[in-house]
Each structure stands twice: as C-alpha cells, then as structure tokens.
Design a protein around this ligand. Sequence first.
Ligand code: TXA
Ligand code: MG
Length: 354
Amino acid sequence: MKTELVRVPAAGQSRDEILSKAGEAIRRGELVAFPTETVYGLGANAFSGEAVKRIFEAKGRPQDNPLIVHVSSMEQALSLWQDPTSAWQERFLLLAEHFWPGPLTIIGPASRRIPSAVTAGLETVAVRMPDHPVALGLIRHSDVPIAAPSANRSGRPSPTTASHVLEDLEGHVELILDGGATGIGLESTVLDLVSPKPTVLRPGGVTIEELAELLGEVGYISRLEEGEVARSPGMKYRHYSPTSKLILVEGPPDKVLPAMKKLLERYKGENKRVGVLATREALSKGEFAEADLVLHSGERRAPETIGAKLFANFRTADLRELDVLIMEGIEPRGLGLAVMNRARRAAAEIVRVE
Ligand code: TXA
Ligand code: MG
C-alpha cells in the first residue's frame, strides 16, 4: 500500500477539499492518520468492524485493547451510549460542558451499534471530542464517529508529528494528514464514569485536580492490582518504550541531580553511549558535559513544556542510538502526573532517592 502524506493548510478552499477527500476515505473503510491536540490518531469508521480491524493490524495492537471513539458533536456522542442512568448522564453532561472539546476521554455504556472490535468485547465504550480543527473537520466530513488509537506501532512512543507517524506506519495507512506538531504531546485522560466512583484509568491533559474540583472525589488507578486487568486493558501492556535503556531518577531535585551524575559516570566508565534528559533548571548548572547527548526536557515548574516534547525526546534518543538515557523525574502533580506516568511505564529502571 502507498501512504499519502498531505499537509493541511490552516484555512482556505484546498483545506476543505483535503478534509472532504479524507472523509470519503474513512467512509470507504480506509485508514487516515490525523492530528489531535494530544497526539496523532490512526482513524477508521467506528461503525465498521472491518475497517477497525485494519487498525489493529497496522499497529500490531493486541485485540483485547479497546479503542477511543472520536466525535465532533454532542449529538454524535449521545448516540454512542446505551441506556445510561440519569445520574450517569448528568455527570457526563457536566464533564462535556467543562472539558470538551479537549483531552478527556469518558467511558460509558456502549451502544449496540458499536462493533465489538472497537470495545474489545466490553460493554463500555470510550468517547472523546478532540480539540483540534483538523480532527473535528475530518470527523464532520466523514459523517461518522472515528475510532482511533495513537498512530504509532504498538509499543513505540505515541507520535506527536506527522513524520513520527510515517516512521512507524508507512505502507500501513492510506493517508496521513499533517497538521504540524501536536500541542499537549501526551494522550488524553481516560475517565471511567461507569464505576460508582469516577476513576482515572490514565492521567492526561485534564488533571485529576481539575476533575475532583468538578466531581468531588475521583479515584486513580496507578498500578494494576490483580483482577483489575479487565477494567483498563491498555494498562497491562508496557508502553512508549524507547529502545535505549531508560533510567528514571525520582526524588527532590537536590538529590536527583547528583544521582544522575553518578549514573552517567558509571555508564561512561563501561564505555556506553549515554544520554541525559533533564530540565532547563538542571542543565543550567552545566553538569553533564560527559554525556554523548543532552536533551532539554522542558521547565521543571511548567510540566506542560515537558509533556509536549517527551515522546519526541524518546524518539530522538533512539535515533541517536544511545545505550542508556538517564531522565530527571519531576513532581507527579497536575500535568506532571501524566508525564511521570508515561516515563515510569517506559522506564527499564526507576531509581528513587530521598
Ligand atoms: O489522546 C488520546 O487519547 C489519543 C488520541 C488519538 O485521541 N488516543 C489514544 O488511544 O491514546 P489509545 O488507543 O492509544 O489509548 C486508549 C486507552 C487504552 O489504554 C485503552 O485500554 C483505554 O483507552 N480504553 C479504551 N476503551 C476503554 C474501555 N471501554 N474501558 C477501559 N479502557 C478503555
Ligand atoms: Mg496508544
């Protein structure tokens, strides 16, 4: 299969033509990769089991990991639920009003119209309205909801540019819409709204603090306990792994930096190619001169700057063929929780210092 990559201009007639053609491709059962405000998605008609199966093949994704359905309107979202209770409905409307379009995925009772390939046979479905004009335009032109996981090969870091998608999926997707780099850079928050207590299954762009402000108590599953696999199938898979060995160092900054230096010295002593991924605050001290590659992760006090570049940094580390990448951890609060969730799941080793 030939993969076509098309740059989508910000406005104008050619933009409409591109989106209209892409919408036709979705209706024909083809795969279209598109930008959202979080990461790039690999989309197919959510009502076509056949089309959705092709997503799993293209990504090499395990069949038991369900997909998020993307919508462009409230009517479309409402059409995807089956017999929601009024209490559920009330919470959903409140959340949608506050956070949609945006990086919040809401899990509700699945309409029987949704093929089991999308839900992986669960009775629930995950739905979100992305906050990106290309994503919204594509869904509108398709005239169907679009099922889409992140547009990476399974196990690779999620793509935040069209060229990341091409790197992973060339020959496996008909069309890639290039809308530039994504803003948030980390996948959406996944909120289980079916359980008695709303529970975050994956932290993301909408923070637990923001959700708690609106809903009261909000749970968070940070680790899978036995028996909880079925609740969040995606969590049992190792994710976002750079091929370089990622060592994440966590703790107070005045302890983390010396620990990172020690690790650097140790691996340099073993003749390894070693990279350092650290905040501007840490790098301003100029301590990692021995490293083969120094990557700026962002600002320690502004976790959104770190999230925006995290996956791109992982990909750079791989391209530069590092043996080891030593990453400075940050405080797991606000968006920092999503950053640290991704880093911990990608890490081969976590070093905690007190
Ligand atoms: O930001 C995002 O969410 C991106 C963009 C493209 O929208 N999409 C994305 O999709 O990250 P994916 O497939 O990489 O991650 C979806 C996550 C998985 O962990 C999956 O297990 C979980 O959502 N999920 C989907 N449906 C579910 C359901 N019914 N119950 C529990 N978890 C579900
Ligand atoms: Mg993914």
